[in-house]
Design a protein around this ligand. Structure first.
Ligand SMILES: [Mg+2]
Length: 349
């Protein structure tokens, strides 16, 4: 990889053979790659060999992106919502050289027998989830089965809220640098952030509490919700199970009441109409399937940002065609913070 600064643009050559000359260099790396290297080193503690894996960004169609930025900016922040995946999008892919844990994977329910049973389910169903030969209807049925069995084990095994707190405290999970700044920026402008996940809302909320050390009134989690009794023991789950293959189907249904709670714009109306008023979307994900999170929202303009954390050489072409912006190498969130500031400039609407 080599970087070459020119007077008015930045050329980034990656070893993967793509060359881009983005006009909006500020979406890249804190304005110059050289500065970005320093940023990476100082903010996420990179040194030695890790520093050579500097963050990179790929923009497939910079003119289209420019048009989308201009459209969202001119519509103003009251028209914007942010939809974001949780695991490995908000959180880091790797921590201290080891894979970070997912919100599902970190849970130790304080009952080794039941932890082992859930692990056995994972080992059986996880390969089926990614099988290229199982038809989607069958796979959906299998995912419902897996989630259902897992939830039953959590209840039978006597999961408590205290065990969730302890699991999160012990977990190898961390947010990307810049997530707090992104949420804060959006909160100041009353822009809702919906975190969509097929995991467990109670765990995600606990991770937010423990790892961000503050709450944000604009951030809501759309995921499976637990019901605890007065002793803090899990007794049931609320509503329809959200699994990896159906999380997108529920986008509109689940987002609507949350927008309502956020005090959406222009006075009372039915909740689905409130969602529809936020017709511009900034979507963040780490899988191409995450693009489906905005299904049903009938958006006018969507800017999609993909985090490609693994298997880059094989996946980059697909990500570049699917997402407007792709960040590589477990990049921090600073580029998205900068993008948000372009979408909602100071003094704008
Ligand atoms: Mg993810």
């Amino acid at each position: 990889m080599s970087y070459r600064l020119q007077s008015s643009s930045i050329i980034i050559n990656t070893r993967l053979g793509f060359t881009y000359s983005p006009k909006h260099s500020s979406l890249l790396p804190r304005f110059t790659p050289r500065a970005w290297f320093r940023c990476c080193r100082s903010q996420i503690g990179m040194d030695g060999d890790d520093a050579s894996k500097a963050c990179e960004v790929v923009i497939g169609d910079s003119e289209l992106l420019d048009r989308k930025i201009a459209a969202i900016r001119s519509a103003g922040p009251k028209k914007l919502q942010v939809i974001v995946d949780f695991d490995r999008t908000l959180t880091r892919y790797s921590i201290d050289g080891q894979p970070g844990q997912s919100s599902h994977g970190l849970l130790q329910q304080g009952n080794p027998e039941y932890d082992a049973k859930r692990q056995q389910l994972y080992e059986y169903y996880h390969p089926l989830e990614f099988s290229a030969t199982i038809p989607i209807e069958e796979k959906t049925r299998l995912m419902e089965e897996w989630w259902g069995k897992t939830h039953t084990l959590l209840i039978e095994g006597g999961l408590t809220y205290d065990a969730i707190k302890q699991s999160v405290a012990n977990a190898r999970i961390a947010f990307r640098e810049g997530v707090v700044e992104l949420f804060k920026f959006l909160e100041e402008r009353d822009i809702p952030v919906l975190i969509f996940s097929a995991g467990l809302a109670d765990i995600i909320e606990e991770v937010l509490r423990q790892k961000l050390h503050r709450s944000f009134k604009n951030v809501k989690v759309v995921s499976n919700q637990m019901v605890f009794d007065s002793d803090g023991c899990l007794v049931s789950f609320k509503g329809k199970t959200i699994h990896s293959l159906n999380k997108n189907e529920h986008a509109l249904d689940m987002a609507a009441p949350l927008h309502d709670q956020l005090g959406d714009i222009d006075g009372p109306t039915d909740s689905s109409a409130l969602v529809k008023k936020r017709t511009n979307v900034l979507l963040l994900g780490d899988h191409i399937g995450d693009l489906g999170m905005s299904d049903g929202l009938n958006y006018e303009t969507r800017i999609s940002v993909g985090f490609l954390n693994d298997n880059i050489e094989n996946s980059l072409d697909g990500y570049r065609k699917s997402f407007d912006i792709v960040y590589l190498n477990d990049a921090p969130m600073w580029g998205v913070v900068e993008l948000a500031s372009q979408l909602c400039p100071a003094g704008g609407g």
